[in-house]
Design a protein around this ligand. Structure first.
Ligand code: PXG
Length: 479
């Protein structure tokens, strides 16, 4: 990355930040209901106030520099402070800041982006992606998928095909339909979810669910078989679609066995069911390709995207609508009664175009595939030697490891010890953002990372694992 393309954070922010922390925290807890937060707890601790960011680093209001190994929330693929993206937003705001795409109107950035996305989405078998539906987030996009899938089967005269199957510990967003498609029990418990006609099968997590003597490849086939069993239980004529993330992100970076997706594809094809690949995290270079489905042996009908399409600089999401579904919508005609005020927002689309251009110019996708992805894989594999690490895996530029009490037996820590949160606390304290999902520690760094920065990150990870190990020993948590 050329440093001349970075925006310098205003000096004023840096000067004032220190004095402001307490008052910002007070206003924050007085007025801001945060997402996925224990508000009672937050009121007593106070939020960390992030003030500015550059490259792979963010700074807080105390002046502390932190290496952001999560790319914000899996989205800042191009890194922070990219001037091209700010310029694209500014220029578009001064040209056409908003116009809707309802009532037979369109705008240039939305058309150009749809054309660009169609050119980036690989054709697999008889499935191609010429069409895009826009939203402003991953959740809205998955709500759109529910509407699209039902519309498709209605138009084909099979309105009884209503059931969509997702997976336990899958994540598809937080709206009523998206949270229902996901398999997060904590979300289902709040708000009477899932909504009707959405059900789940188990996740392909070999470390937890592989049987003694079973190979990973055998497990992949067995886990995919849960889909066929569920289809037969429901009745194939009632099943509309299956949805999954190629690699589960929020669930803890669960990388499926190579046998899993081809077998899922065989099953959905056998019963004529639509396949939705939720690539909100996996697309736009994260796994070393523009879209992830091809490398996993999937031939989806719908592909959800968001996050990395704009590198998170501005909200934008959508669905790549495959020819199988688009053809029916177009040929059968009739209104599709669905859309958002911001579907095809010109500023969001202009930023996405600038982001994709930047990624192409800097070969970020190829870099993940050929260079920094393999380098991260080799460095991350070293963690398997650590006394606290049961397994460590990467896929492109996501990685996850599992913390264990006993390496030999793979025995886990009791959930209530919160060992992942202890490790996350050490990361936070030592200038590294790494996420904990239960006892899994995960990263998804910006795709602009250099080898030296990967080394810097790995040194911090080892340090924080050592500190967590020392805590576990001190507290008598080890076997
Ligand atoms: N699908 C997938 C695969 C996601 O990862 C969404 C849909 C929903 O996107 P929106 O834009 O509506 O948030 C996501 C979002 C976490 C975490 O804790 C992950 C997400 C969101 C919030 C937290 O890892 N992913």
């Amino acid at each position: 990355m050329n440093s001349s393309t970075l925006i310098s954070p205003p000096a004023m922010i840096r000067r004032n930040q220190h004095h402001d922390t307490k008052s910002v925290q007070a206003l924050d807890s007085a007025h801001f209901i945060h997402p996925f937060t224990d508000h009672g707890d937050l009121a007593t601790r106070g939020s960390r106030v992030m003030t500015h960011a550059e490259g792979i680093y963010v700074w807080d209001s105390e002046g502390k520099k932190v290496l952001d190994a999560m790319s914000g929330l899996w989205c800042v693929n191009a890194g922070y402070a990219r001037k091209e993206l700010a310029d694209a937003a500014h220029n578009q705001m001064m040209t056409l800041p908003y116009y809707n795409a309802f009532f037979q109107t369109t705008n240039l950035p939305a058309v150009q982006l749809a054309t660009k996305l169609a050119s980036l989405a690989p054709k697999v078998g008889d499935r191609s992606f010429e069409h895009v539906f826009y939203s402003s987030s991953g959740s809205e996009s998955n709500d759109t998928n529910v509407r699209l899938v039902r519309r498709y089967w209605d138009l084909l005269g099979q309105p009884q095909r209503k059931v969509i199957i997702g997976r336990v510990n899958g994540y598809h967003g937080s709206t009523m339909a998206a949270a229902s498609l996901g398999g997060m029990s904590g979300m289902h418990a709040q708000g009477d979810l899932p909504i009707p006609n959405i059900t789940h099968i188990g996740q392909p997590y070999f470390f937890d669910d592989g049987l003694p003597g079973e190979t990973e490849a055998q497990f992949g086939l067995r886990a995919a078989g849960w889909l066929e069993a569920k289809i037969l239980e429901i009745g194939a004529d009632k099943v509309a679609a299956f949805i999954g993330e190629p690699v589960q992100g929020a669930g803890g970076v669960i990388i499926p066995p190579a046998t899993y997706w081809p077998e899922i594809q065989r099953i959905v094809d056998k019963y004529g069911i639509l396949l939705i690949s939720d690539e909100v995290i996996c697309a736009f270079g994260r796994l070393g390709a523009w879209f992830a489905y091809e490398q996993f042996g999937m031939k989806p009908d719908l592909v959800t995207f968001a996050k990395g399409v704009t590198s998170g600089y501005i909200p934008l999401g959508g669905v790549m609508v495959g020819n199988r579904v688009a053809k029916v919508l177009i040929e059968k005609g009739g209104d599709f009664n669905h859309g958002y005020t911001y579907s095809g927002h010109p500023v969001a689309c202009a930023v996405a175009l600038a982001n994709l251009e930047l990624m192409e110019r800097e070969h970020l996708v190829q870099r993940v595939h050929d260079d920094i992805g393999p380098y991260l894989a080799s460095r991350f594999a070293e963690l398997k030697q650590h006394p606290l690490v049961g397994d460590a895996q990467t896929c492109g530029f996501v990685a996850g490891l599992v913390l264990v009490k006993n390496k030999a037996t793979k025995e886990r820590f009791a959930e209530e010890l919160g060992v992942g949160m202890v490790c996350r606390g050490h990361c936070f304290g030592n200038g590294l953002i790494m996420r904990a999902v239960g006892d899994r520690m995960i990263i998804a760094p910006p795709l602009v990372m250099t080898h030296a920065q990967i080394d810097e990150m790995m040194t911090l990870i080892v340090k924080c694992l050592d500190l967590t190990h020392a805590d576990a020993r001190k507290n008598g948590w080890l076997a």
